[in-house]
Design a protein around this ligand. Structure first.
Ligand SMILES: CSCC[C@H](NC=O)C(=O)N[C@@H](CC(C)C)C(=O)N[C@@H](Cc1ccccc1)C(=O)O
Length: 669
């Protein structure tokens, strides 16, 4: 009797505990990568906050003291800003914003250390992107109609906006990138304007060499500190189907550029001049058509025209690099065995050393006095702004965002587990336990399958597929970093090409077996799901004998043939097209498993997904319905490969919860 009376009270108390629900996720402030002034006295970071009611986010720039004693916004709420860069003397901040009567983003200047409004510097009708402040100038990228004056560009853009014809046309690739169409008659070029104002000067247009057509940003070019040289990315071949990304070097003002990486067929990217201007660093891959090929760090001695490869035998991909102020090396945030760590790369001694040990760090920035800052997150906390002691990796937190919101959230716990996967090889997996997890009970399992496939789930705060949020519903949640995942070395990543199916599938099945052997897992309550490549592998599971009661398939590549409509045609560049090598496509395409489909499946897809076009989701849903399999299609007309809008995201999490809980009751029993 006493027990009967106690139980409702206990469950009422349990209900009162605040979980990491999707509503909480959207209340959190999201701190982006920081920029530190050259003198080390100002730290700026973008902070994005969401208004769920208004269904939109807004990014403000915040100023932080290096000792963490102060934080305050320095741009107004509601006026989104991005790409903050400091003047070389650290006294002025430039950023991109679209405000007042701006049709597109422009460069704004804000004096530091004294009161004053941000003033607009540019009036570029085609907008600015990828800004850098070097010497006396601010450099930027704009997508322009080549050969036209700014007035003519403004007129053309207005005519396009006013036109009653909505048709687009292409005569060559690329036609889309991720979630937007690419206008064929525009080219992306680098321009500059004096920080004191004046005319905009064309830099790469003079060379008649455009930046890569698909995507460009601040990492697509760099200018040396004396403003003599520009290094930039462009397609070094005539082939627009499989562009060959090279690095071109030119003297600013000249009309000639040299392709310094013409002899390498794979991408050479991220040009970065050293602070002393003598060396150009860049990243080099070797295998064309393999986006996860290990990126090596290259140095090019500009005077001697000599190349060196750093850390030749280090089996990790370099990226997120910043030169040290003395030009003797780099700090970088590099994926290493499912965490993203800060490494120091000594260019003189050719030595690499991990500075941080656990959780995730993003691209760092460094001041002349050596102050090193970065955003740091983990599964249990969203990004924080920290300074990092380069000697021992110890961090000092500089912000206090989200503490109030998370103070009373009952988080679960997590751990890294290594189990035997395909061919008895070690596979790393993150396991999340629900809040209040009790080992004496049995819990349902939600097996999550990550995308890429060449990415890794690392120890960071994931907003779209938050394992702690899923765990808070009452599931043990798993993220295995199966064969193909990056951060475990080249062989492991490349081991699933072109056979995208078998090794990772076995890794997922063996992970599930591992769970079934645990006393705290209920083998009758297993569900699985994933997005993109994760949706692909879940569609493969659908056609196999498997242990899951229900599946969730988001933005999946379902038909490897019709993926040809996408901006990323998977194996075509490296292993040949389907008409030449149909056996590759046939052996790994999920749609060939259709005759075995019989598991309840939730299919989700966005109309604006050009990475995996929406037809893939409908093909799968129609197949499931035709076969009489219980299934639901959720279609987002205004979302891309990912669900980005607050209310759609809340709906997504709620629908997923409803679907999963129907087929695998949550909670310990
Ligand atoms: C992490 S790099 C993955 C890039 C990859 N290919 C690129 O050119 C990609 O877009 N993969 C898709 C599947 C593919 C269309 C068949 C994918 O699985 N995307 C995942 C992973 C991802 C994460 C972050 C940034 C890009 C992709 C996804 O969208 O979650």
């Amino acid at each position: 009797m006493l027990l009967c009376l106690m139980l409702p009270m206990a469950s009422a108390m349990a209900e009162q505990t605040k979980k990491l629900s999707v509503d909480v996720l959207w209340q959190l402030s999201r701190i982006g990568n920081p920029t530190i002034s050259p003198q080390g006295d100002f730290i700026i970071a973008p902070v994005t906050q969401y208004d769920v009611e208004g269904d939109k986010g807004s990014t403000q720039l915040w100023l932080f003291n290096p000792d963490g004693s102060k934080q305050r916004p320095i741009t107004a709420k509601g006026l989104s800003v991005s790409q903050a860069v400091f003047s070389p003397d650290g006294q002025t901040l430039a950023f991109v914003s679209q405000r007042d009567e701006d049709d597109v983003g422009q460069v704004y200047l804000l004096p530091m250390g004294q009161p004053g409004e941000a003033q607009r510097l540019t009036n570029v009708p085609s907008g600015v992107n990828g800004i850098k402040w070097v010497g006396q100038h601010i450099y930027f990228i704009s997508r322009v109609y080549p050969g036209k004056s700014w007035d003519e560009i403004a007129e053309q853009l207005k005519a396009d906006r006013d036109s009653k014809v909505s048709a687009r046309q292409w005569n060559a690739l690329p036609y889309s990138h991720f979630d937007h169409w690419i206008e064929e008659d525009k080219q992306a070029h680098v321009f500059r304007i004096a920080a004191s104002g004046g005319d905009v000067e064309a830099i790469t247009q003079k060379l008649a060499i455009e930046l890569p057509r698909s995507a460009q940003g601040a990492s697509s070019y760099d200018v040396d500190p004396t403003e003599r040289w520009i290094a930039f990315n462009s397609n070094g071949s005539d082939n627009q189907v499989d562009p060959k990304i090279d690095i071109f070097l030119a003297e600013i003002g000249s009309d000639k550029a040299v392709n310094i990486t013409a002899d390498n067929n794979a991408p050479d990217a991220n040009p970065m001049f050293s602070p002393d201007g003598k060396t150009l660093a860049f990243t080099r891959q070797k295998i064309q058509g393999f986006y996860a090929d290990t990126a090596k760090l290259m140095l090019y001695d500009i005077a001697k025209k000599r190349f060196t490869t750093l850390a030749k035998d280090w089996d990790r991909s370099v990226g997120n690099l910043v030169w040290t102020p003395d030009s003797k090396g780099f700090y970088a945030a590099i994926d290493d065995a499912a965490t993203r760590k800060i490494f120091h790369i000594d260019a003189k001694k050719d030595k690499v050393k991990a500075i941080t040990k656990s959780t995730n760090f993003n691209k760092p920035d460094i001041a002349a006095n050596g102050t090193l800052v970065a955003a740091n997150d983990s599964f249990l906390y969203p990004a924080r702004l920290v300074s990092i002691n380069p000697r021992n990796g110890q961090t000092t937190r500089l912000d206090s965002f989200n503490d109030d919101i998370l103070a009373d959230v009952d988080m679960g716990t997590y751990e890294s587990v290594t189990y035997k996967g395909y061919n008895d090889q070690d596979i790393q997996m993150w396991v999340h336990y629900p809040p209040g997890f009790d080992r004496s009970k049995k819990y349902p399992l939600m097996m999550l399958i990550h995308g890429g496939p060449h990415s890794a789930i690392s120890d960071g705060f994931h907003y779209r597929w938050n394992a702690q949020t899923f765990a808070s519903w009452g599931y043990v949640t798993a993220w295995p970093n199966f064969h193909g995942s990056n951060s475990f070395g080249q062989d492991f990543a490349d081991s699933i090409n072109p056979d995208w199916k078998n090794k990772s599938l076995e890794d997922v099945f063996k992970a599930t077996e591992w769970f079934k052997q645990q006393d705290w897992i209920d083998s009758e309550r297993l569900v699985a799901g994933g997005a993109s490549y994760g949706g692909y592998l879940t569609s493969i599971i659908l056609g196999e004998e498997h242990p899951f009661n229900a599946l969730l398939i988001h933005a999946a590549v379902y038909n490897m043939y019709s993926q040809m409509a996408a901006d990323f045609a998977v194996h075509s560049p490296r292993f040949g097209n389907y008409w030449d090598n149909p056996e590759i496509y046939q052996s790994i395409s999920p749609h060939y498993g259709a005759k075995n489909f019989n598991t309840p499946t939730l299919v989700i897809h966005g109309q604006l997904d050009y990475r995996v076009p929406v037809g893939q989701g409908f093909e799968l849903f129609r197949t499931l319905q035709t076969r009489g399999v219980e299934s639901k299609m959720i279609y987002f007309p205004d979302e891309n490969h990912w669900i980005m809008k607050p209310n759609n995201s809340i709906y997504w999490y709620n629908q997923v919860e409803q679907w999963m809980t129907r087929f695998a009751e949550p909670g310990g029993q």
